[in-house]
Design a protein around this ligand. Structure first.
Ligand code: ASP
Ligand code: MG
Length: 402
């Protein structure tokens, strides 16, 4: 008997027909003799709808009540799915976060699961299927908290760990993780196996199949994951430890994000502490700075500092920089229409020349690189947004991914 956690995302439970279809998948797994814990998201669009309702009351809606509100979508999908399973003559039961309880810590809308009472559910699993709401828990003071958008993935991984499950399967509306965005790059292929590290890098740069923090937790505790489609029988993508993977290719995937912006401060004084003075107030305002480059200014005495941020933070960032009296510079310039294109692959560690090959390919396409950053298994470049798909297509081809 194998214990499994199956997680179904919002689109998988997005309608009554879909919930009935999901019930059949679960029945099959159960009939095969497995013990099943199911984690569900709210029906597609529901959480956004609830958020909009809160905005209609107030832009400053109470943080506590916000979590009470937006966690409620999962209660609906849990009950409907449990009901559908009962209708198939199975023993199934939904459990709300406080009934288990799922204990969380940290601020509202951004809490973490720190423990789950496993006893009652483990006992129930011997006879039936447990249906759990993703994305939420309660604090030790019994306040309901949510754990960040897309948090049902994290719930699934936490349950897999705390219940010692052999498998954690993430059911979604795509066939798995692809070598690039299959909607924009039709030649992209499904990846059969990928390491946690690569998956993390890919999801941090735009491949939105799974919540990155859930992948991180799975990596930390070595919980094998499989991402697969609710709507086809095709094999999904297995995500696990690096050792299990064959690295015949240097690059596993090409991802991009189109919502970046670039800011440059020109002629900044070149002395210790300047960078810290620039970035401290941005940090206080929780603005996420991505790439940073420093080069000598045209006057040869000062320095130009360029960095990238999310586009939505652009005006706030400029305002903070303008108000910052602790720095001297000539001017602030920005480019709001840039994107980040990244190649990711654990195989690049052992393959020389990957960086050159990438830059050469972009040069051949006459695409100008505005900033570069690298990690052991990722190379990212910032380019003008209009060149994004052209760059992704070219890189996908030259690294043999088509
Ligand atoms: N329903 C929540 C959201 O939309 C959690 C999830 O889907 O994972 O963010
Ligand atoms: Mg989701």
């Amino acid at each position: 008997m194998v214990k499994k956690v199956l997680k179904f995302g919002g689109t998988s439970v997005g309608s009554i027909e879909r919930i009935q279809h999901v019930a059949k998948i679960i029945k099959k797994e159960h009939d095969a003799g497995n013990q099943i814990i199911v984690v569900v998201s709210a029906m597609a669009g529901k959480t956004n709808e609830l958020i909009d309702l809160s905005k209609n009351i107030s832009k400053n809606f109470s943080k506590r009540e916000y979590d009470v509100l937006i966690s409620s979508g999962e209660q609906v999908s849990c009950a409907l799915l449990a009901g559908a399973l009962i209708n198939l003559n199975l023993k199934a039961k939904s459990w709300m976060n406080w009934q288990i309880p799922i204990l969380t810590e940290g601020e509202h809308s951004n809490a973490r699961i720190i423990n789950v009472n496993v006893e009652k559910i483990n006992k129930f699993l011997q006879e039936g299927i447990a249906i759990i709401p993703g994305f939420q828990g309660i604090t030790k003071n019994c306040d309901i908290t949510t754990i960040g958008r897309g948090g049902s993935d994290a719930t699934a991984v936490a349950f897999a760990k705390l219940f010692d499950a052999e498998k954690c399967e993430i059911y979604t509306d795509v066939d798995g993780v692809f070598s690039s965005d299959p909607k924009k790059i039709p030649v992209a292929k499904k990846i059969e196996k990928i390491s946690y590290e690569e998956m993390l890098e890919l999801s941090s740069v735009g491949a939105k199949v799974m919540q990155p923090s859930a992948v991180q937790t799975a990596m930390m505790y070595d919980i094998p994951l499989e991402v697969k489609s609710t709507f086809t029988d095709r094999k999904g993508t297995k995500i696990f430890d690096q050792e299990n993977i064959d690295y015949s290719k240097s690059v596993t995937g090409v991802a991009y994000s189109k919502d970046d912006a670039k800011i440059t401060l020109t002629q900044v004084e070149d002395k210790p502490g300047v960078a810290a003075n620039i970035f401290a107030p941005l940090n206080d305002a929780q603005i996420n700075v991505d790439m940073v480059i420093q080069n000598i200014s045209s006057d040869q005495k000062t320095t130009d500092i360029t960095f990238t941020i999310k586009r939505e933070d652009l005006s706030k960032t400029k305002e903070i920089l303008r108000k910052n009296r602790s720095i001297n510079y000539k001017e602030i310039t920005h480019n709001a229409k840039v994107s980040k294109v990244s190649i990711v692959g654990a195989g690049m560690v052992s393959t020389p020349g990957v960086t050159y090959k990438m830059f050469k390919a972009l040069a051949d396409e006459k695409i100008n690189i505005l900033a570069i950053s690298t990690s052991e298994i990722k190379i990212s470049v910032i380019i003008d947004e209009e060149n994004t798909l052209n760059a992704v297509r070219k890189l996908h081809t030259i690294f043999d991914l088509d």
